[in-house]
Design a protein around this ligand. Structure first.
Ligand code: HEC
Length: 122
């Protein structure tokens, strides 16, 4: 019974897994930032209110290498709430934050079996 019903779904499920989930997406990063970070950080130039303690993302972008940013977001941080971010969400956030910076960084070298998701985006 179960197999009969789930078999037709298989191609759809496989399709979902194969599609861009792995590609870092600046727009998605911006949505995540708006949802999780904007309460404290100035996440875009148009924002009018933020916590005075939390640096703007534009300034963050100028000071952090993407790799450091990613590591920072993977670890708990005392002055920020624990945020349930997945690896792809972190990649999107980093892509977004990086897009605000004064200069573009070269893609960092890949680690073993690590994919660099934003590589094919401009
Ligand atoms: C509850 C408020 C709050 C939220 C929500 C928050 N942050 Fe922060 N964040 C802070 C504060 C305050 C600091 C400065 C802490 C310090 O300097 O000790 C900070 C620091 C940082 C830094 C380091 C900046 C630096 O200059 O070293 C990064 C990167 C950062 N936040 C990213 C994020 C991201 C990405 C999100 C959303 C996923 C987020 N934060 C959500 C309050 C927050």
């Amino acid at each position: 019974m179960a197999t009969r019903h789930s078999l037709p779904l298989l191609p759809i499920l496989l399709g979902l897994c194969a599609t861009p989930a792995l590609a870092a997406d600046i727009a998605s990063g911006q949505r995540i930032a708006a949802r999780w970070c904007a309460a404290c950080h100035m996440i875009s130039p148009g924002q009018t209110q933020s916590s005075p303690d939390a640096p703007s993302f534009a300034s963050v972008a100028g000071r952090y290498e993407p790799r450091d940013l990613r590591l920072f977001l993977m670890a708990p941080y005392p002055r920020m709430p624990n945020m349930p971010l997945s690896q792809p969400e972190i990649a999107d956030l980093v892509a977004y934050i990086r897009s605000l910076g004064p200069k573009r960084y070269e893609p960092e070298p890949l680690e073993k079996d690590e994919k660099l998701p934003e590589a094919k985006r401009g």
